[in-house]
Design a protein around this ligand. Structure first.
Ligand code: ATP
Length: 365
């Protein structure tokens, strides 16, 4: 059990900065996701937390103790590198017990602990089997068992499900999450898959180019992205972004979208020039009475919903609608936006403008 606090963590590889200045806290018992595209610095962040990489600057606290300069072996965490890396000549029990035996634990004590872990994982009948013939799911369970058996303060996992096919991946994701809930140990999990992060995580850090773009619970990150990067990275399809030149002042509750007034949550700060209106597809409605117009160019049927693409004066907009709503490509219609859900961004740096709706998540500035 551990709280992990990262403060202004930085990593340079020669002239290249892989992690700029990360600050966030992982609470005891959380399932915590480090999310971002390839090369954004998530693995480097995890490796610094684990003690496998020395930070260039910044602090790492595990349960209040500063560990940035401590070796991995002194941190009491288990790194699940790659779930399939088992010792092929040993049995299931031998693999799980190996970390304890190599620490000098007696045969009898090791056996008891291995049995306890095997029960948690539901593999107690397999302990005497060689790992060679196991299914990939069971191999994964054995690898997890080897991490769990030490009773570390925290588990670190780097894309553990990356190599699996979609169906099995979903199954293992559920199993990992259930296992976490049973054990209550802090878990830090690296992924580039936003759906996996949203489904499994208690909290998410979204990284891009070595920078923490946002940190919070999945729903807040989805509803109130702090930056255009997050707006675009989270959600499928992502948030619609309508770029427009304009001016908003603190206290405004309406923007001028190419001559059409659009209600937005009361802004807490102003901006002018290049602005962006962000709206999730499920918050766009087709409304013949609405002044803002678009032409339907495609409809993609998804079962209970459909994604309708419209051409507007500010680019393509996707709307998620009930699938029984009849739309015809070529028809022109009005688009209404659910005012309470909208975010206005500065186009220049992509930062969300604070508003009455998002200030709880983004802070009061
Ligand atoms: P991926 O999912 O592709 O592994 P990531 O977000 O985990 O991406 P990192 O592995 O943390 O990214 O790498 C961040 C950047 O740092 C990458 O551009 C990578 O090439 C670079 N990098 C990582 N390790 C080293 C190293 N030892 N020497 C030089 N550059 C490195």
């Amino acid at each position: 059990m551990a709280q992990i606090r990262i403060n202004n963590l930085r990593k340079e590889f020669g002239a290249f900065t892989a992690v700029r200045s990360s600050t966030f806290t992982i609470e005891d018992g959380e399932f915590f996701m480090l999310l971002g595209p390839s090369g954004c610095g998530k693995t480097t962040t995890l490796r610094m937390m684990a003690g496998l990489e020395l930070p260039t600057a910044g602090e790492i606290y595990i349960d209040g103790e500063e560990v940035a300069q401590k070796r991995a072996s002194q941190r009491d965490i288990a790194f699940v590198f790659q779930m399939f890396a088992l010792y092929p000549h040993m049995t299931v029990g031998g693999n799980i017990g190996y970390p304890l035996r190599s620490q000098g634990m007696s045969r009898a004590d090791t056996k008891a602990r291995v049995m306890e872990v095997a029960k948690i994982l539901g593999i107690e009948t397999m302990l005497a089997k060689p790992v060679g013939g196991l299914s990939s799911g069971d191999r994964q369970r054995v690898a997890l068992g080897r991490a769990i058996v030490r009773r570390p303060k925290a588990f670190f996992m780097d894309e553990p499900l990356g190599a699996l096919d979609a169906e099995f991946r979903e199954h293992m994701a559920e199993e990992l999450r259930a296992l976490h809930d049973r054990m209550g140990a802090t878990t830090v999990y690296v992924t580039h898959d936003q759906l996996e992060a949203m489904q499994m995580g208690d909290k998410i850090v979204v990284m891009n180019h070595g920078v923490v773009e946002q940190f919070g619970v999945p729903q807040d990150i989805y509803d109130w992205p702090a930056t255009l990067f997050v707006a675009n990275f989270i959600g499928s399809p992502p948030m619609n972004v309508l770029r427009f030149p304009g001016t908003v002042a603190a206290g405004d509750s309406r923007i001028d979208l190419g001559g059409v007034p659009v209600d937005v949550p009361v802004t807490r700060e102003g901006a002018s020039g290049d602005l962006v209106l962000g709206v999730r597809p499920e918050h766009v409605r087709l409304d013949d009475g609405a002044q803002y117009r678009g032409e339907v160019i495609a409809a993609e049927y998804l079962g209970t919903t459909q994604i309708v693409t419209l051409r507007t004066p500010h680019g393509e907009v996707k709307a998620r609608l009930a699938s029984d709503r009849v739309v015809r490509p070529g028809e022109t219609t009005g688009l209404g936006f659910d005012a309470r859900t909208l975010t206005v961004f500065r186009g220049t740096d992509g930062a969300a403008l604070r508003s009455a709706a998002n200030e709880r998540v983004l802070g009061h500035g």
